[in-house]
Write a protein that binds this ligand. Sequence first.
Ligand code: FAD
Ligand code: NAP
Length: 344
Amino acid sequence: MRYFRSMQHFTNHSLSTYNTFGLPAKAQNLWLVANEDDLLALHAKGIFAQKHLILGGGSNILLTRDFDGHVVVLQNSGKRIIGQDENEVEVQFAAGERWHTCVMWALQHNFGGIENLALIPGTAGAAPMQNIGAYGVEVKDSFKQLRAFHKASGEFRTFSHSQCAFGYRESVFKNELKDAYIIWEVNFALSTQNHKLHLAYGAINTVLQQKGITAPNIQQVAEAVIEIRQSKLPDPAKIGNSGSFFKNPVVDADFAEKLKREHTDMPMYAAEDGKVKLAAGWLIEQCGWKGKVVGATGAHKQQALVLVNYGGATGSEIWQLAINIQQSVKEKFGVQLQPEVNVY
Ligand code: FAD
Ligand code: NAP
């Protein structure tokens, strides 16, 4: 017999534990959804035709005010093996599963491909939304397909890799199909042997060398990533934040050359289509924001790209800080930073 927890509904409920900035915004209605019948029930009630917000772990949002509509938190669970051959396994994660526990589960089974994405907060369902990435690996590299609920029709549809139109921190769900679907299950194709390691990025190699590891396995790569992240990034459980607040700007090569002439030490990385990626954190740091505290908000002392709530800040205060940072960077470098965080 399958046990389904019945859907939970609260009114005028604080969202402080549902967003990693720890902001005290309230939801007029809060729904905790755990199975497909819950989604169908909400659709039948017409909730998706009203003002609403889908939430996973709330680690990529900024709530600037109370939400006078329906907040729907996805809490479906399940990690399973769909099929396997000699070299590859297809796995499926339910949208409500914590992403990091999915990575750990894969590593316990010795399934490779997502180890560099260890310790990214949030849910499996949100991972394809912005094609999460870290240390040279993105979700799109091992993504197979996903199943999503169409809010208008109440029907499920499967999206292939190409239909998701993944880009740098982008997917079709942030663009053409914005707000149209709820991602419900996500499938990945992971390696079972001869794992392809991605070690060139950042400090991964350095950490492995310090440990005397010359031929790392995927578990050791994940451990290195976790160690680097823990040493550098603020833990949202201690200091409210939503990770990188802005995307790294991708600019034309000509403009990048001009910047390089003016700022010879500016970090630049090759991007798609001959474009150049700049490091938003560096630009912000050069404008003097790194470690700066403004009221209860600030740009983190170790990574200026991470805006933080030191306790008691409001979402609109954080948003004002973000606007001020955007203006500084625009004035100094002529670069318009775009938020990566979803602002409500
Ligand atoms: P939420 O914040 O709940 O939602 C984000 C957006 O997606 C919202 O617009 C929401 O409406 C929508 N959404 C969420 N779930 C669904 C769904 N199932 N269907 C449809 N829409 C949905 N990101 C990276 O890419 N790389 C990193 O290395 C990284 N590091 C981070 C480190 C820290 C400390 C923090 C706080 C954040 C970091 N992030 C990183 C950002 C964030 O963790 C990811 O974007 C994550 O995927 C967000 O998941 P979530 O479940 O919290 O999404
Ligand atoms: P970092 O190592 O200090 O590097 C700064 C920036 O330079 C990063 O944003 C990264 O771009 C880029 N970069 C560094 N080495 C690169 C290389 N070899 N090739 C191409 N680009 C390179 O960054 P960090 O803040 O500590 O973060 C480390 C990783 O975790 C990064 O991949 C970052 O994206 C990810 N992260 C993301 C978030 C988020 O909320 N989105 C939060 C924390 C960490 P990319 O960002 O394109 O990788």
